[in-house]
Design a protein around this ligand. Structure first.
Ligand code: PLP
Length: 280
């Protein structure tokens, strides 16, 4: 693992109980995916990290840290060919106080790898089944903070109901998945995904996929869409660093299309994997 400038073994990686990441969820993070030992969309993830840090005024100068070197070392020392790297920066440890600590408090910075199969995820063959639930997260979902409890609770609710995940809704309008962006393919073949703003995370995979889709001639509409529009769509899917492009086959018990992963979705998944491998 990487912790505050050093590479250490997992059982030697300790942080203070006064860390503001623990006490106030006062921390931001990134998840990078690694395929064939190579980081996917590295620059876009670093740009989002820098934006999250700036929005939270956490004084970690990401540009001054050799993050590319750190991540490459983690990949090499953990023999990671396929999986994810988690990176977190908190405001650091200080006496517990709602007010931020004095300038000069060093942020706590760490990163670790998790090996997992991303391309051969069996869910891509069967598709995800989704429930919708009210979006009760805070109002700055565009910042990638570690304040993930509501998403975690919703994933548990999905599990208890025997489905795969939850799409969060305001009124009847879909914001995004618990940890993915939500997309549909309309019956006239347009890709629709929620417009950016404070209400959703600007997903790096979403951004790459919009590019890939436009390059292959698909019209992309970034706009709000309702549960009913999604249920009546030709296809539906989610995007995220760890799921890539993952078909959705059911929303609140109603099948999407013929109830199987959509052809357009699977073509986009393939195109995204080609992009991830650097062969797209
Ligand atoms: N939306 C939320 C709430 C997320 O937590 C994530 C990823 O963790 C995403 C969307 C997808 O973002 P990305 O494609 O950058 O992984």
């Amino acid at each position: 693992m990487y912790l505050n400038g050093d590479f250490v073994a997992e059982d030697a990686a300790h942080v203070s109980i006064f860390d503001r990441g623990l006490l106030f969820a006062d921390a931001v993070y990134e998840v990078f995916s690694v395929l064939a030992g190579r980081i996917i969309d590295h620059a876009a993830h670093m740009a989002r990290l820098e934006r999250s840090l700036a929005e939270m005024t956490i004084a970690h100068d990401a540009a001054a840290t050799d993050w590319a070197g750190v991540l490459a070392t983690l990949i090499a020392r953990n023999d990671l060919t396929e999986g994810t790297i988690y990176l977190q920066v908190s405001r650091g440890a200080a006496d517990r106080d709602f007010l931020f600590p004095a300038p000069g408090t060093p942020p706590t910075v760490f990163a670790f790898t998790q090996a997992r199969a991303l391309v051969d995820n069996p869910m891509a063959q069967r598709g995800m089944r989704i429930l919708t639930r009210p979006d009760r997260r805070w109002g700055r979902r565009d910042i990638k903070t570690v304040q993930l409890l509501y998403a975690s609770m919703m994933k548990m609710e999905a599990r208890a109901a025997g489905v795969d995940d939850v799409w969060l809704v305001e009124g009847d309008v879909i914001t995004e998945g618990t940890s993915q962006n939500a997309c549909i393919i309309t019956r006239n073949g347009h890709l629709v995904t929620r417009d950016l703003g404070h209400h959703i995370l600007p997903g790096v995979t979403r951004l790459s996929l919009i590019d890939i889709a436009r390059q292959s001639g698909i019209t992309v509409e970034e706009r709000p869409f309702t549960i009913a529009e999604a249920q009546g769509a030709a296809e539906a899917f989610v995007t995220s660093a760890s799921l890539f492009v993952m078909p959705v086959v059911e929303i609140d018990g109603l099948s999407i299309g013929d109830g199987r992963p959509g052809m357009e979705t699977m073509a986009l998944r393939k195109a995204y994997i080609d992009h991830a491998r650097g062969t797209g």
